[in-house]
Design a protein around this ligand. Sequence first.
Ligand code: HEM
Length: 539
Amino acid sequence: MNELSLTVLLALCLAALVAFKTLFTNYARPRLSLPPGPNPFPIVGNLLQFPKDLPWQKFRRWGLEYGDVVYLRAATRHVLLLNSHQAALDLLEQKSAIFSSKPRIVFASDMCGFGKALVLTPYNARMRMARKYFHSLLSFHHAPQYWSLEETAARQLVRRIYDDITNGDEQGERLFERIKWTTASVALLIAYGYKPAKLNDPLIRMESATSSYFEQATAPGAWLVNSIPALKCLPTWLPFVSFPRIAAKWRSETEEVVNYPFEMVRAQMATHSAPPSFVRKILETEGSPPTAEDLDCLKWTASDIFSAGTETTASAIYAFFLAMILFPGVQARAQRALSFVTGDERMPSFTDRQNPKLAYIDAVVKEILRWAPIAPLGVVHLNTSDHAYRSWTIPKHTTVIVNVWGIFRDPSIYPQPEEFRPERFLTTTQGGDCKSLEDLPLDPRAVVFGYGRRNCPGQHLADLALWIEVATILTVYTISPAPGTENPPLGHFTSGVVSHPKPFKCSIRLRSDKAKQLILDLDGSATAYMADVECSESA
Ligand code: HEM
């Protein structure tokens, strides 16, 4: 029997099982009053109506048709789609005690071992411990302590882009790679005090591979075992069935990537040669010797800094380059503001952020996050008990999706939502659209980083990275369409949990001779560790 016929057989088993479970569930519990939604088909429910490509667009259309809260059924699974900020606040924020868990994804969590990554951890003691570690070093009030690290990283990025241009990359072919290296190096410096090599760094290579496994392992609908959990017992030697072997390979590589840098820091600590890092600081702050469970949690939390913080931040910065090509007026205005403050004589720094003349750069950062939300459907939550909401009952174990993209395309909050228009976040006295501060629209950062007890613990770091990279890049470069190429289309984004613009070409030109000098004066080998960052409370 080949893999295809085996899969068909398994699919038939699945259909029979699902049919049985659905019938049983329907008869066993009284009919609930559920929110409206598209009509389900027998047995599979709305499963076949879930779009694979850019699902947030169809979810928004459902929101317009059925209301801001839409109920769907994926076979036996309840799914709730929230298309408004208010509904997300009502449930994920106000009722966070109930709505803060995560659905179990058998293939990713149990088989590939990603269940220890914070983003997939259910609401439990381990999750609280991991978030406490994050909070002790990455909370809002720690942000200034990362200034020099992020400034150095932004300057290294413009220097590497310069080297690429002088080496003949005139169309930004390596741009996304360079941005990803920058965010990866920040993550590794913070997590382990590890300074990666500029080319082919082994740890970056391994980390990037496991991030891609994570993305594939969590892709909705990709693994039959998620619907028939009993299949996870199939042995790896079984011919014609590849998923147990894939899972075993991904699990062992992931464990290596989580263990290796952690043990490296512990070994360095033993010889007093460990540079400052997240791992070192938390181990030093521990009052009593850590238990094996504490060490395991810390090891995975450090790894989360890379896996959750690299691709996300890099995607937002790549989207910024796209926006600058498509909306040259925005770029020109941002550059005027920067020139006014730095006199084109120096690189910007975080001390400039307080300068009211640079409010436009803050507005550009907000608009990047709104116009191209890198997690258009956030990360799903799960409620741990039935909950009465409006006139409905939200059943226990409902998967809750916030349509972040849909909220950002609501013209009643953001007029002409397809336009990249930072002015929407400024008052008229700042040269923007709003009469007063009270008229400013919803800050995208209140949406894009998630809600309630599971919101993004790296958001303050991401905000720093975006601000300084936008300011540094626009101080020295002008970005425009690559000569002889069409403007990249507006809606060309990838469809995964993390969405970014599909590769595009662009021209990156130095703004002036002075800009060139500023870049050449940079010390390319400078490294800023998190030496000044203090643990805020005993972890
Ligand atoms: C532009 C950049 C980023 C965006 C848009 C973003 C967005 C998000 C979102 C939407 C979630 C899910 C929140 C929820 O479940 O409600 C999340 C979770 C998470 N993020 Fe970020 N993130 C970014 C950068 C970062 C960085 C730099 C780090 C690490 C330093 C990080 C670490 C995490 C972790 C560990 C979680 C899981 C939290 C949990 O499940 O309790 N993120 N992020």
